[in-house]
Design a binder for this molecule. Sequence first.
Ligand code: GLU
Length: 287
Amino acid sequence: MPPPVFRFAPSPNGYLHLGHALSALLNADRAKAARGRLLLRIEDIDAARCRPEYEAAIYEGLAWLGIAWEQPVRRQSEHYGDYRTALAKFDAMGLVYPSFESRAEIAALVAAREPWPRDPDGAPLYPGNAKTMAAAECARRMAAGAPYALRLDMAAALARTGALTWEETGAGPAGETGTIVADPAAWGDVILARKETPTSYHLAVAVDDAAQGVTEVVRGRDLFHSTSVHRLLQALLGWLAPRYHHHRLILDTDGNKLSKSTLATGLRELRARGASAADLRKLAGLD
Ligand code: GLU
């Protein structure tokens, strides 16, 4: 049996905080216990928000925590070709369509139709009718250089895969654990490629987990529902599903998710105030 493959996949759009430390430490602990491999993936597709100094701080912070990861590190911004290849496969299956609306146009469409369904993150499902736009009109806009996102035709995708499940060894927000029935329809026609980037979070994660042979996904519970989309993309392309372990989140004193700008729980700040790596484990609720 090949060793299990874990990955920690932070986005360098801010400095790491205690929540990232928990995720990274859980990945490292579980990889060690299972005699597995630990990969590091830098999720830097958001060019407007990612910065080299944040990426450097990730390497520094993880090393300080005593975590060792395999080389080379996969940086998503170096793999746009892989995402384009996957998109072309979905396109060949007739599952992708362009949508031209701006955020403001989408907000106006939704406002006119309230109450309108929201996805698990609270964003309105895509309300537009780009799927039924005449091919000539679509071609005219593209030729005119109008920016567009590429969306997954959810109904057509589900018709291909049928019901999907995943194995959850952690828990979802409502305590869901064990064999989970995926519900990708809850996300509507998700974006696979953004207007400014040839991928989206969902597509890049599904492609990378498969490309890197990841067998164990250990990440925060805030991404539990995203797993439904990842399972769908994996099933469409015939990729094996990893096992999933969604872990608790560390909340601030107001009960909110930690933000990258909260100084009190920033890894660099805690370190500057004299905390040791062992203190960090305790603060994160480990040991
Ligand atoms: N890059 C994501 C984040 O920083 C994590 C993605 C994942 O683990 O699937 O929240």
